[in-house]
Design a protein. Structure first.
Length: 290
């Protein structure tokens, strides 16, 4: 990446962090007139810069479907609350302004940590589907059971099925606020069943996501390393070899900086790969050398 583009991305990253911090400070100190003016102009400037960034990326993409991409939608949601403020009343505006915290999602483009989280979830998405279906089924059954058991004894606590569903969710997730408690024998038996199932289901959930994160962390150094030096791309199916942007000057520069001395055995493998690419290139240019 060119230096000026790196500076531009760093500026946008700092702008995102500033916009988020300013929004949080505004929620804390918006009772002062001077602070209100500062936060107002701060929001105008930040939104203007984000708007320019949005349209510049759209123009650079040269595609009319750009607004439907995930990151484009996130960028749009980051600036939309400001413009909606001109169309809504004050009461609705307060709720819409809270959407500015979605600017945190813009960090996804500039950090590998969020990519790692996404990759970890993608690795266990099928297992999550099974657990999610089990939780949904169990929640529906237990909600109906709690409601039918408690509605006549505690009409204030379990007046609607949604009250029983709230209790079921807090119990299955092992949170247990204690705002609602079953008092009938069937209700308590259902509650005990939910507690045991909640420990099993969410224990499985934690182990799955934990193992996925650990695997992603182990893979992270290889992914980061693979972006640094040029490598040989081998098409096994076609039996042909192609060389992707092998730049001797880049390799020599990395040698001078000691890049190839930082990763031990993995680095030795990369040096061997680079050496094989160089030998093939030399052989292709001078067949007699082979």
């Amino acid at each position: 990446m060119k230096p000026h583009l790196r500076y531009l991305e760093f500026f946008i990253l700092m702008l995102i962090l500033y916009g988020i911090i300013a929004h949080l400070l505004e929620l804390e100190f918006d009772d002062s007139d001077n602070a209100a003016i500062f936060f107002l102009w701060s929001e105008r400037i930040v939104t203007l810069l984000f708007t320019i960034e949005y349209f510049v990326r759209w123009i650079a993409s040269r595609s009319w479907i750009y607004p439907f991409r995930l990151m484009a939608i996130i960028d749009l949601l980051a600036i939309l609350p400001f413009y909606l403020g001109f169309l809504l009343d004050l009461r609705s505006l307060r709720l819409i302004r809270a959407g500015r915290v979605l600017r945190l999602m813009k960090l996804y483009r500039y950090t590998d940590a969020l990519h790692g989280i996404q990759n970890a979830f993608m690795q266990v998405r099928y297992e999550f589907g099974i657990i999610g279906f089990a939780v949904f089924t169990l929640g529906c059954l237990c909600s109906v059971g709690i409601y039918e058991s408690e509605k006549t004894v505690q009409p204030q606590m379990f007046a609607k099925l949604s009250d029983a569903a709230w209790y079921t969710v807090t119990t299955l997730t092992t949170v247990g606020y204690g705002d609602k408690v079953p008092v009938t024998l069937p209700g308590r038996l259902i509650a005990v069943f939910m507690m045991v199932c909640g420990l099993g289901l969410f224990g499985t959930f934690v182990s799955l996501i934990g193992s996925a994160f650990l695997e992603e962390l182990r893979k992270a150094p290889r992914q980061i390393w693979s972006k640094a030096p040029p490598v040989a791309m081998i098409d096994v199916q076609q039996g042909a070899e192609s060389h992707e942007s092998f730049d001797p000057a880049t390799v020599l520069h990395d040698l001078d900086r000691g890049v190839y001395l930082k990763h031990g055995e993995q680095n030795q493998q990369e040096v061997t790969r680079l050496l094989s690419i160089a030998c093939r290139l030399l052989t292709e240019k001078n067949p007699k050398a082979a």
